[in-house]
Design a protein around this ligand. Structure first.
Ligand code: ATP
Length: 289
């Protein structure tokens, strides 16, 4: 159910609400009957195999696509009824390919563009740019051309642009793609602290199951062939690997190892497995000495 349209301010608690939402690009449906509510301060991770409909769902939640059937409400506005420019200020969106959003000569212009576009006054914009740049560790590259940056740097710049106007909802499509493990961990921590400190709800789409153990406090939505196959906590899914297998995903490696160990223990008993592990450790210690 939608809250009324209330001018330019967002007064409702539910930041985004998809109600039996379907989307078709022309043939079949990419998103099928998805209902999802995202409240202030919520953190949601959307998982699914390639083609499961994650990007399409994110674009629907961003108001960039209008549902073919059903409704999406953003801060109370029905996205089918209002122009995207009205709801855009509530949203920070980082696409899978961050380069799609880059077009200014310097990093600082890139971030300032969003700030100006969403009506921050110059003093407010300056303070906000400095704050996000500091948090994302990009102060030293503010005067660089975005086209000279590394993958990790450009991802942080585009994230800074997406959040500088303090949106209500931050949507991130595969934010860790192309990053090494150290950068991945760092980016996830930064995203979490930004969403907490800015009070922005977060929806993150990924098929990288290995980041799940770092998102234990997130709600998990698994899409299979455009429809919601599971909705619950990340912790719940990690305890129940069939959530992953049923949707064509593999659980994180830690879960798979414990599954395998469990199966070996069931078959051989605890002592033989423990001895095997210990002897491997002894062997490795000897080799590495
Ligand atoms: P990935 O992990 O590979 O990015 P995804 O889960 O984000 O996949 P979507 O990109 O939403 O999935 O695609 C869902 C379905 O919609 C796929 O079958 C895809 O081929 C189709 N699709 C996506 N974009 C378009 C488009 N612009 N035109 C036609 N079909 C599209």
């Amino acid at each position: 159910m939608a809250a009324g349209v209330v001018g330019s301010s967002c007064r409702v608690e539910c930041v985004a609400r998809a109600v039996d939402t379907w989307y078709s690009y022309g043939r079949g449906y990419a998103v099928k009957g998805v209902s999802l509510e995202v409240y202030e301060g919520d953190r949601v991770v959307v998982m699914g195999t390639n083609g499961a409909g994650k990007t399409t769902l994110l674009k629907l939640l961003a108001g960039m696509l209008k549902p073919s059937k059903g409704r999406v409400y953003l801060c109370g506005y029905d996205t089918r009824e209002v122009d995207e420019s009205l709801t855009a200020r509530f949203i920070g969106y980082v696409p899978q390919n961050p380069w799609l959003l880059v077009f200014n000569p310097r990093v600082i212009d890139e971030i300032a563009f969003t700030a100006k576009n969403f009506g921050l006054d110059p003093a407010e914009a300056e303070a906000s740019i400095l704050d996000v740049a500091t948090r994302l560790d990009i102060v030293h590259i503010l005067n660089r051309s975005p086209y000279t940056l590394s993958e990790g740097e450009i991802r942080r710049v585009v994230l800074a642009s997406a959040i500088v106007h303090k949106p209500k909802l931050l949507l991130l499509d595969e934010p860790t793609a192309g990053l090494d493990n150290v950068l991945k961990d760092r980016l996830i921590e930064t995203i979490k602290s930004l969403s907490r400190d800015y009070g922005v709800a977060l929806v993150l789409a990924t098929h990288d199951v290995e980041i799940l153990p770092f998102l234990r406090d997130f709600r998990l939505v698994v899409l299979r062939d455009g429809a919601v196959a599971f909705e619950g906590s990340v912790g719940e899914a990690l305890e129940n690997p069939s959530v992953f297998y049923d949707s064509g995903l593999q659980p994180p490696v830690g879960v798979r190892i414990s599954e395998k160990l469990g199966a070996y223990i069931d078959f051989y008993g605890v002592d033989p497995v423990a001895n095997l592990l210990l002897s491997r450790k002894k062997l490795r210690d000897r080799i590495c000495r």
